[in-house]
Write a protein that binds this ligand. Structure first.
Ligand SMILES: [Zn+2]
Length: 418
């Protein structure tokens, strides 16, 4: 069964199995797009907010959003994210190429294509292993990659880009889509494109997506935002790929973005499936991820965290403490808007001097993003760590730079760290 591309707007059925048996797990209210930050001028204009609900399919266990915002709007040309920006992320992205080279056999002069290739960081890893590389990236970040010598087509991975690659390149040995597979609304176009470009015998299609198991078990509800249309357990991933003739031959849980699942799939029907696949499926079953009760508890706990975090911040604020945010990853937008943490509570958000987000404002909550040097100079009493998934290294860095105040870690349950 091939899927249809999902159209922008409300979704009334499962994106993988088309079942109408989807129900609401969590209502996160309304939120602006996390990478459409506002300018000073835009603060005074009306703002677009979109409904943000987490839905679950009773039949295939897919978790998905209830509303799709048009990709062109989400991944607009000025999209500010650069994957090479932090050292840990760079290392993780390079581990993807190492994994491929170690585990699979490829043709001579292999070709690796990365879809949603951002600034080309992942492909740099393949280049080191003597792969010919090609990126596909719709935003202006493609220009940064091209400047670095990573050949990148600045287009969405749709008809034009796919035809261009077909005409100019041989069949790919590896096609990667890391942290993009959950984003695209034209899933059918995407899968058919991959299928047409990959070597049918030895080609490996590799995706990495935020793992739904981590979101549920570690209270990472802040990673639910409009860019992420789907949250995968292994079971629905198998079904989705099977629809296009792909077989998942290996699966692993990896640390990227606070817990992702990496799968390697092939069109080769004779390929052997590694034990890792059954192991993860067994674990999902054992941990009750296929049961409704799991999600009822999750929803209750998320509500509790919202209440506790809000109480903690307001109690400090009422004591005239100065609180700032640290780091402004996409996920911070959901945390801030859902917990109603606005510029009434947070004076500003500090980001590295190299960040493309400086001097912009968060959507919905209107908090200004400033250079972290100012934060070190001003020495606020509390720093709320919004990229809490890198909490330890963020705190260590800030201490090194001279911050003397306290830290607040918001999730999985709010706590103050000295
Ligand atoms: Zn389903």
């Amino acid at each position: 069964m091939n899927l249809k591309d999902t159209k922008p707007g409300l979704i009334d059925c499962c994106q993988i199995c088309y079942s109408k048996a989807i129900y609401e797990v969590l209502d996160l209210g309304y939120s602006g797009l996390c990478d459409s930050l506002l300018t000073n001028f835009q603060l005074n204009l009306s703002e677009k907010n979109y409904p943000l609900k987490l839905m679950r399919c009773r039949k295939c266990h897919l978790l998905q959003l209830n509303y799709v915002v048009d990709n062109e709007e989400v991944f607009h040309k000025e999209y500010p994210y650069k994957s090479g920006i932090t050292k840990p992320l760079k290392e993780l992205l390079h581990s993807t190429s190492k994994y491929c080279v170690k585990n699979f056999n490829f043709t001579k002069k292999p070709l690796a294509i990365d879809i949603g290739s951002n600034d080309g960081t992942l492909l740099e890893g393949f280049k080191k292993h003597n792969f010919k590389v090609l990126g596909v990236e719709p935003t202006n970040i493609a220009k940064i990659a091209n400047k670095k010598g990573i050949k990148t087509i600045q287009k969405f991975f749709e008809k034009d880009a796919i035809n261009l690659i077909k005409q100019n390149y041989k069949k790919a040995d590896v096609i990667t889509g890391t942290n993009i597979f959950a984003h695209i609304n034209k899933l059918d176009t995407f899968m058919k494109g991959v299928k047409s470009l990959i070597n049918p015998k030895s080609g490996i299609f590799l995706t990495e997506s935020h793992y739904a198991g981590n979101i549920i078990d570690q209270m990472q509800f802040d990673s639910i935002y409009h860019e992420h249309l789907r949250f995968f357990l292994l079971k629905p991933l198998i079904l989705l790929l099977k629809n296009y003739g792909f077989k998942i031959v290996d699966a692993a849980k990896i640390p990227n973005y606070a817990g992702s699942i990496r799968i390697a799939a092939t069109l080769n029907k004779k390929a052997k499936i590694k034990k890792s696949v059954k192991k993860i499926l067994d674990e999902e079953n054992r941990k009750n991820f296929y049961k409704t009760s799991k999600y009822i508890n999750f929803s209750k706990n998320v509500n509790k965290v919202r209440k506790n975090l809000s109480q903690l911040l307001w109690s400090l604020k009422l004591k005239n403490k100065r609180i700032v945010g640290v780091g402004c990853p996409g996920r911070s937008i959901t945390l801030l808007s859902y917990c109603n943490i606005t510029n009434q509570i947070i004076d500003y958000i500090a980001e590295q001097s190299t960040s493309l987000k400086l001097n912009m404002f968060t959507p919905t909550t209107h908090i200004k993003i400033i250079d972290e040097k100012n934060m070190i100079r001003k020495q606020p009493d509390y720093a709320l760590i919004l990229s809490w998934h890198y909490g330890k290294s963020v705190m260590k860095n800030l201490r090194k730079k001279g911050y003397k105040g306290k830290f607040i870690i918001p999730l999985p349950s709010p706590k103050i760290m000295n």
